[in-house]
Design a protein around this ligand. Structure first.
Ligand code: HGY
Ligand code: MN
Ligand code: MN
Ligand code: MN
Length: 411
C-alpha cells in the first residue's frame, strides 16, 4: 500500500501558488522577510492549512511552528519541513516547497485513511534565510539548542533595528513551547537544489549527503571623508578603497583555494556614497563556504588578516563580527540510502551531492538522523525572482519524500 501511495500533485502546486501570494512582488517572485507583515500573513495561512488537516499545532519560543499528524503510538515524530521566510528577491519554492510538500504528505495519508506507527510532524522555522536577522537558520539553531534563546531574541533586524523578540510578539508568534530540548526521531527536508547540477545533468533527485560549512563576516571600515580632487593619495583615510581591496582579496582567495572555496561580497555600503567624496565608512559582508571545514577556517583567518593589513595601509579603523559560523555537516547514511532507494523505486535518476546552501536540516543533523531530498532548479537560479522548478519535478520530489517518511515512520 505505501509503496504505490502518491501525492495529489495539483493540490501541491496550487498550494505553492496560494502561499506565494503573501509577499508577492509585482512581476513575479516573493519578498517575505522573516517576521515581516508578509511573513505573518504567510504563517497564518500555513497554520490554517495545518489545522484544516486536524494537525496539533505548537509554536515554540523562537516562533518555529510544528504541526503533528498523530501516529498509532505516541513516539517521537518523524519530522519534515523547511522555512517560509524568503530573501528580498525570492521565488516561490525556496523553503516553501518543503513545508507544503510535508503538508501534502499528511493530506495524502488522511485521504488514504493511513496512520503510521510514529507521528509525522511538519514544521517551518523562523528566519532560515538570515536576510533580516543573522545568523541564518536561526530558528532551527535555537530549537536544537545551538544558540541561547535570550541571545536570539536580542538580535536586531538589519533593515529597521527591531528586536527579534519584539517582532515575534508583534506578529503573534512568540510561542510557549520549549526550545533547546528537541524531541524528534528523525528529520527529512525536501528542497530545491538552488544550484545548477541536477538541471545540467538532467537528473530528477539529489540525494543530499551533507551541507557545506558557512562563515559570514561583517566588516566595518571607518576612515575620514575628504575631497576626491584635492586630497593626495598618501593623506587619505579611504574606507571605500579599503573595502574594495578586501572584496578583491576575497575573490582572489576563492581562485587560489580553487575547488569548492566560495566567496561572496553580498552587502557593501559606503557613506556618504557620493562620487566625489572619499568614503568616511564602509560596511561589507563576506560569505565564505567550503565543504572542507579546515580549509574554510583557514580562508576565514586569511580574510581577517588581509582586512587588518589593508585597514592599516589606509589608516582606517576596522571592526568586524561573525554573523554565522557553521561547520560542514554529514547526514545520516541509512536515511540518505533510503532517499536514494525511494527515488530509484519510483524510477527516478539520482545524484549524491553536498548542499551548497544552508538549510534547517543542518541544525537537526546535530540531534537526530537527518537527510535531504533535492529537486532541480532551472538554470541553477535561486534567491532570484526567476527561481523555477518544473511542476512534474516538484511532484516527483514530494513522492520521494512521502515514501521516505512512511518507511521511517512505520519502522
Ligand atoms: O544562505 C543560505 O544558504 C540559506 O539560504 N540561508
Ligand atoms: Mn531554503
Ligand atoms: Mn534561501
Ligand atoms: Mn537555505
Amino acid at each position: 500500500m505505501s509503496a504505490d501511495l502518491r501525492i495529489d500533485g495539483a493540490r501541491l502546486l496550487a498550494s505553492l501558488e496560494e502561499l506565494g501570494r503573501h509577499g508577492a512582488l509585482p512581476g513575479g517572485g516573493t519578498n517575505r522577510l522573516a517576521l515581516s507583515d508578509a511573513d505573518r500573513a504567510a504563517r497564518d495561512w500555513t497554520v490554517a492549512r495545518m489545522r484544516a488537516l486536524d494537525m496539533a499545532v505548537e509554536i515554540d519560543a523562537i516562533g518555529n511552528v510544528f504541526a503533528t499528524h498523530a501516529g498509532e503510538e505516541d513516539l517521537p515524530p518523524v519530522a519534515t519541513g523547511s522555512h517560509i521566510d524568503t530573501v528580498r528577491t525570492g521565488g516561490l519554492y525556496d523553503g516553501n516547497y518543503g513545508v507544503l510538500a510535508g503538508l501534502e504528505v499528511v493530506a495524502t495519508l488522511r485521504a488514504a485513511g493511513r496512520r503510521t506507527r510514529r507521528p509525522i510532524q511538519v514544521a517551518f522555522f523562523t528566519n532560515e534565510e538570515g536576510a533580516r536577522f543573522q545568523p541564518d537558520m536561526l530558528g532551527s539553531l535555537v530549537h536544537v539548542g545551538g544558540m541561547p534563546l535570550e541571545e536570539a531574541l536580542a538580535v536586531r533586524a538589519v533593515d529597521n533595528g527591531a528586536l527579534l523578540g519584539e517582532e515575534l510578539l508583534r506578529i503573534g508568534y512568540a510561542g510557549s513551547a520549549p526550545v533547546g530540548r528537541p524531541c524528534v526521531d528523525s528529520f527529512v527536508e525536501l528542497h530545491i537544489e538552488q544550484g545548477p547540477v541536477l538541471d545540467r545533468e538532467g537528473l530528477a533527485i539529489g540525494v543530499v549527503e551533507g551541507v557545506q560549512g558557512i562563515c559570514w563576516t561583517e566588516l566595518t571600515f571607518t576612515g575620514r571623508s575628504n575631497h576626491a580632487g584635492t586630497t593626495p593619495m598618501a593623506l587619505r583615510q579611504d574606507a571605500g578603497m579599503a573595502a574594495a581591496r578586501v572584496a578583491a582579496f576575497a575573490h582572489e582567495l576563492s581562485q587560489r583555494y580553487g575547488g569548492r572555496q566560495l566567496a561572496t561580497v553580498g552587502a557593501l555600503t559606503l557613506q556618504p556614497n557620493l562620487v566625489n567624496v572619499i568614503a568616511q565608512s564602509a560596511l561589507m559582508t563576506v560569505d565564505l563556504r567550503n565543504t572542507d571545514g579546515a580549509v574554510l577556517q583557514q580562508a576565514q583567518a586569511e580574510l581577517l588578516a588581509c582586512a587588518r593589513r589593508i585597514a592599516a595601509e589606509h589608516g582606517v579603523l576596522l571592526s568586524h563580527r561573525s554573523l554565522a559560523d557553521f561547520a560542514p555537516v554529514a547526514f545520516d547514511a541509512a536515511l540518505v540510502d533510503s532517499v536514494e532507494r525511494a527515488a530509484h523505486s519510483q524510477g527516478l535518476a539520482t545524484l549524491r551531492m553536498p548542499s551548497g546552501a544552508g538549510h534547517d536540516a543542518q541544525m537537526f543533523a546535530r540531534v537526530c538522523p537527518t537527510a535531504m531530498v533535492f529537486v532541480p532548479s532551472r538554470d541553477g537560479l535561486s534567491h532570484n525572482v526567476r527561481e523555477f522548478t518544473a511542476p512534474e519535478q516538484l511532484v516527483q520530489g514530494a513522492n520521494v519524500l512521502l515514501q521516505v517518511l512512511l518507511e521511517r515512520a512505520d519502522r
